[in-house]
Design a protein around this ligand. Structure first.
Ligand SMILES: *Cc1c(COP(=O)(O)O)cnc(C)c1O
Length: 463
C-alpha cells in the first residue's frame, strides 16, 4: 500500500504513532526549508515578529455621526432615528422581517426567551461548548440548561445527542453557532418540530454565516446577536433579536421597551405588559451603522483565509481541522479551531504546543473548559429558584447525567486562532501554517524539554 495516496482520515485510521514519520515525511517535506531550525521557545528564531491586524477598526464616518448625535442631545432612541435605521439595515442584511436592538447579546437572548415564554420550570437543550452567557441566560430565566454533548469534529452540538435529553418539561432548543461555525440547523429544526419545541439561535458569534444560503439567525423562531467589542460588528456593547413572525417581534419590542404596547400588542386596559428596559442608545447604533459597512468584505476574507489555512495544515500529523456541515454555504469564523492530538507530537502537551506557537509569534488559545463542572451549575441547582421549580428527583437525575465525554475530550484538544488573524494577508496565513509545521518538526526536542520542565516543577514543589 502506498501510504502517500491515503486520504488523511484513512491515514489516521491506519497509522500507528510509530509509522507516522515514515508515512508523511515525503508529503510535508516541501515546506521543510522554511520551517527547519530550532523552535523559538528553545532559543531559535521566531517565524514572525509582526503583529496580526488589530481589532476593532474604525473610520472617520463613525467619528462624524457619533459627534452629530452627541451635539444633538438626542441620545435616547425615542428622540432619534439611528437605532431604527440600524434595525432596518440589519434585518435587510439578514433577510429577516424584523430586528430589535438590545443593550447587548446576553439581553437579546433573555428577551427572546421571555418573548417565547421559556422560563421558570422549563428545560432548554443547549450546547455545553459555548460562552458562559449562554449558560447564564438559561439559569437566569430559572430554566434548566440540559446539555447535549458536542460533536468534536464540528465543535457544535451533536444532533444525535439531542433527542435522548428531551423530557416532558423540555420547551426549547437553544443551538449556539459556536466559533461562528453553523450548528446543524436542518436536524435541529426537524427535532424541534417533531417534539413541538421552540428554537432560539444563539448567533452571537455568527453574523453573516449561512445554512443553505439562508442567514444564521433566521432559521429558528428567533435569532440573537452580540455586537460586543470583540465581535465582528463591534459597538462596545450591543445586541439584536431578529425574526420573521411579526406578532412575536412585536412582543420582543414591547418587552424591551418597558412592556409598552406595540403593534399587535394591544391592551384594552391602560397598563403595560410585563417588560423591562433593554433599549439601545443612538450613539451605539451610529457606531453599528459604520461597522456594518465592512462586514461583508471582512466575512469574505475570513472565509477565504480560513479555507487556505485548512488546506495548509490538514496534512500535518496530529492536526485535525474543524469540519463544516455540507449545508454551510458560509461560516463567520469568529475563531478558527482545530484539534491537537498530542500522540502525534511525541506526547508534547497541548499547553506546551500553544506556548511554542506563541513563541513563534502566533497568538492562540485553548478555548473553553468543561464549565458544567464549575460551581455555577451546582449553585444554581441548590438555589431557591431551582428547588422550588424542579422536583428533587429531577435535579438528582440531572446531576447524575451531567457528563459530556466528547466535550471533555474536545476541551483537552482544542486550539483556537482569533478572527483578526484571518483578516491578514496570505503571508500571515503562511506564517501560521509554518509555525505549526515547525513545531511539529521540533516535537522530539520540545517533548523532551516539556518532560524536563514538568519534572523540574514537580521537584520544586517537593522542595
Ligand atoms: C458574546 C456572546 C454572548 C453574549 O453577548 P454579549 O453582547 O457579550 O452580552 C452570548 N453567546 C455567545 C456565544 C457569545 O459569544
Amino acid at each position: 500500500m502506498n501510504k502517500k495516496n491515503l486520504t488523511r482520515r484513512e491515514f489516521l485510521a491506519v497509522a500507528s504513532t510509530g509509522t507516522i514519520i515514515a508515512a508523511t515525511s515525503g508529503r510535508i517535506g516541501a515546506y521543510a526549508s522554511k520551517t527547519a531550525g530550532k523552535a523559538a521557545i528553545l532559543g531559535g528564531k521566531a517565524v514572525r515578529t509582526k503583529p496580526f491586524p488589530g481589532w476593532p477598526v474604525w473610520d472617520r464616518n463613525a467619528e462624524k455621526s457619533v459627534l452629530e448625535i452627541l451635539r444633538s442631545g438626542n441620545w435616547y432612541r425615542g428622540n432619534g432615528k439611528t437605532v431604527t435605521e440600524f434595525e432596518k439595515k440589519y434585518a435587510e442584511l439578514m433577510g429577516a422581517k424584523a430586528c430589535v436592538c438590545t443593550v447587548n447579546g446576553t439581553n437579546a437572548l433573555l428577551t427572546a426567551m421571555h418573548a417565547l415564554d421559556v422560563g421558570v420550570g422549563d428545560e432548554v437543550i443547549v450546547s455545553p461548548y459555548t460562552f458562559i452567557a449562554t449558560y447564564n441566560v438559561v439559569l437566569g430565566s430559572c430554566a434548566l440548561p440540559v446539555f447535549a454533548d458536542t460533536d468534536p469534529e464540528t465543535f457544535q452540538i451533536n444532533p444525535d445527542k439531542i433527542e435522548e435529553r428531551i423530557t416532558p418539561k423540555t420547551r426549547a432548543i437553544l443551538p449556539v453557532h459556536i466559533l461562528g461555525l453553523p450548528a446543524n440547523m436542518g436536524r435541529i429544526n426537524a427535532i424541534a418540530k417533531k417534539h413541538n419545541l421552540v428554537v432560539i439561535e444563539d448567533a452571537c458569534q455568527a453574523w453573516m454565516a449561512e445554512w443553505n444560503h439562508k442567514k444564521i439567525g433566521t432559521l429558528g423562531d428567533l435569532g440573537c446577536f452580540s455586537f460586543q467589542n470583540s465581535k465582528h460588528l463591534p459597538i462596545g456593547e450591543g445586541g439584536a433579536v431578529i425574526g420573521n413572525d411579526e406578532e412575536l417581534m412585536d412582543r420582543v419590542w414591547s418587552y424591551h421597551n418597558c412592556g409598552r404596547p406595540y403593534g399587535s400588542i394591544k391592551k384594552t386596559s391602560n397598563y403595560p405588559i410585563i417588560g423591562t428596559n433593554r433599549r439601545m442608545t443612538e450613539y451605539q447604533a451610529a457606531i453599528g451603522l459604520s461597522q456594518i459597512q465592512r462586514l461583508e468584505e471582512d466575512t469574505e476574507r475570513r472565509n477565504r483565509n480560513a479555507k487556505y489555512l485548512t488546506s495548509k495544515i490538514k496534512d500535518i500529523p496530529g492536526i485535525l481541522p474543524h469540519r463544516l456541515y455540507k449545508e454551510v454555504t458560509r461560516a463567520a469564523y469568529h475563531l478558527y479551531p482545530f484539534r491537537y492530538k498530542k500522540e502525534y507530537f511525541n506526547d508534547l502537551s497541548r499547553d506546551r504546543f500553544l506556548s511554542a506557537l506563541r513563541a513563534e509569534g502566533i497568538p492562540c488559545s485553548s478555548g473553553y473548559g468543561p464549565q458544567y463542572n464549575d460551581g455555577l451549575i451546582e449553585d444554581a441547582l441548590n438555589s431557591k429558584n431551582f428547588t422550588r421549580s424542579f422536583s428533587k428527583a429531577r435535579l438528582n437525575q440531572y446531576r447524575r447525567e451531567n457528563h459530556y465525554p466528547d466535550n471533555d475530550q474536545l476541551c483537552k484538544e482544542a486550539v483556537w486562532f482569533g478572527q483578526n488573524m484571518l483578516l491578514g494577508s496570505k503571508q500571515d496565513i503562511d506564517d501560521i501554517a509554518d509555525a505549526i509545521l515547525k513545531t511539529y518538526e521540533n516535537r522530539d526536542k520540545l517533548a523532551q524539554s516539556d518532560k524536563n520542565s514538568s519534572k523540574y516543577q514537580k521537584d520544586s514543589v517537593a522542595l
